[in-house]
Design a protein around this ligand. Structure first.
Ligand code: PMP
Length: 392
């Protein structure tokens, strides 16, 4: 049967990563492709206990308020207040079904087809899909080792670009691994004031710093910022709990749109998330363990990459989060390497999957969070064998 799709959908590029995940799901393949914490890092027993307790409450099995359960919004507001160094009102927090939904609702609340938005290059593919679905006009700004090149953005703004919003993954960027420097954060907030756009600070990885914490959020430097957060990387992706914290009128608009999208996020997983995030001592200890495990994994991956590829490729040095960005300097094109790598039993995502305007054909994203150090060593050995077999 032929079905006529909307113009908007025709502009949405399928996620190469989601397609690739099907190939890397074969048991013989070690996948560095997905962006997910290994199951052994998720607090399954604690979640099971919280679920068992939650389900005895009447609210757990019912619809809840569209903006989210009060108890969860309160604890999220407390967490945000600590991060920002100023009080955040729970009324300015909306719970969403994953932060992906927050991104989608913010885009739909703010954008008309053709409206200019600024995205990072390389981009978080889920953001690209959202903005394409909204019919936005994409304006890519490069990301380097210090995050988005805000000076390049400033220059474009000075030459007349007037975006409705600027999307940035400020901490431990997906896919580049980089963290936006403090001066760039301050400048971005200032530009938002000067030119009247909204910054969407997409921050699912900010709690995963290996040492200390990342610089104060962009939102600590100004009001024209909406922050997106997620339980996916610190508790479990399957909870599908995310949130946004930002200006009250935006929260009201998002709430109105969410009513028509899914009425509310699961009350059951909201209650679980609220309980786990409110247990300060437990959550701090859990985060410590998680960060330690991720740091060990990052060290294992980058060490193996240096041994196997030497001068032929340079890996970024992760300071948190889940990703390492590998750049070849010997002419290797990861998109060409990938089929051979899969034959050798390892998967990753070529940089081209994240490119908006830049040539990222020499780069690849490797996720170190999904596998323990021993597996990561094996994965890089396999990658090296596939690379040598290619003869470049
Ligand atoms: N933003 C970024 C930068 C991400 O990497 C992800 C997950 N890959 C999300 C948002 C969405 O996460 P979730 O919907 O699971 O909260």
């Amino acid at each position: 049967m032929s079905i006529t799709l909307s113009t908007r959908l025709r502009d949405v590029r399928g996620s190469a990563i989601r397609d690739l995940l099907a190939l890397t799901a074969r048991p013989e393949v070690i996948s560095l492709a997905g962006g997910l914490p290994g199951n052994e890092l998720l607090p399954r027993e604690r979640i099971a206990a919280a679920l068992a307790a939650a389900v005895t409450e009447p609210a757990a099995v019912q619809y809840g308020e569209t903006a989210g359960l009060r108890s969860l919004r309160e604890v999220l507001a407390q967490h945000e207040s600590r991060r920002l160094g100023r009080a955040v009102d729970p009324a300015c927090v909306v719970v969403t079904s994953g932060s992906q939904q927050a991104l989608d609702l913010v885009a739909r609340a703010l954008l008309d087809p053709g409206d200019p938005v600024v995205v990072e290059d390389p981009v978080y593919v889920g953001a690209l899909q959202v903005f394409q679905a909204a019919g936005a006009q994409l304006n890519p700004v490069p990301v380097d080792a210090d995050g988005m090149a805000v000076d390049v953005l400033a220059d474009r703004l000075a030459r007349g670009l007037r975006p409705r919003l600027v999307h940035t993954v400020s901490n431990f960027h997906n896919p580049r691994g980089a963290t936006l420097s403090a001066p760039r954060r301050a400048l971005l907030a200032e530009l938002a004031e000067r030119y009247g756009f909204l910054v969407v600070e997409d921050d699912p990885y900010g709690m995963l710093a290996f040492d200390g914490s990342p610089p104060a959020p962009v939102a600590a430097h100004g009001d024209r910022v909406v922050r997106l957060g997620s339980a996916s990387k610190v508790l479990a992706p399957a909870l599908r709990v995310g949130w946004l914290a930002g200006p009250a009128p935006l929260c009201a608009a998002v709430e109105r749109l969410k009513q028509s999208t899914d009425l509310c996020t699961s009350s059951l997983t909201q209650l679980v998330t609220a309980e786990l995030l409110a247990d300060d001592a437990w959550f701090a200890a859990h985060l410590d363990q998680l960060r330690t495990a991720l740091r060990e994994r990052a060290t294992a991956l980058t060490g193996a990459l240096a041994t196997v590829f030497g001068d032929a490729a340079t890996g970024s040095v992760p300071k948190g989060g889940m990703f390492c960005w590998l750049e070849f300097s010997d002419g290797t094109r990861p998109a060409d390497l990938l089929p051979r790598a899969l034959e050798h039993g390892v998967g990753f995502v070529p940089g081209t999957a994240f490119a908006v305007g830049q040539d990222l054909s020499a780069a690849a994203r490797l996720c170190f969070a999904s596998n323990p150090p021993g597996e990561l060593h094996t994965a890089v050995e396999r990658l090296g064998a596939a690379w040598r077999a290619g003869g470049t």
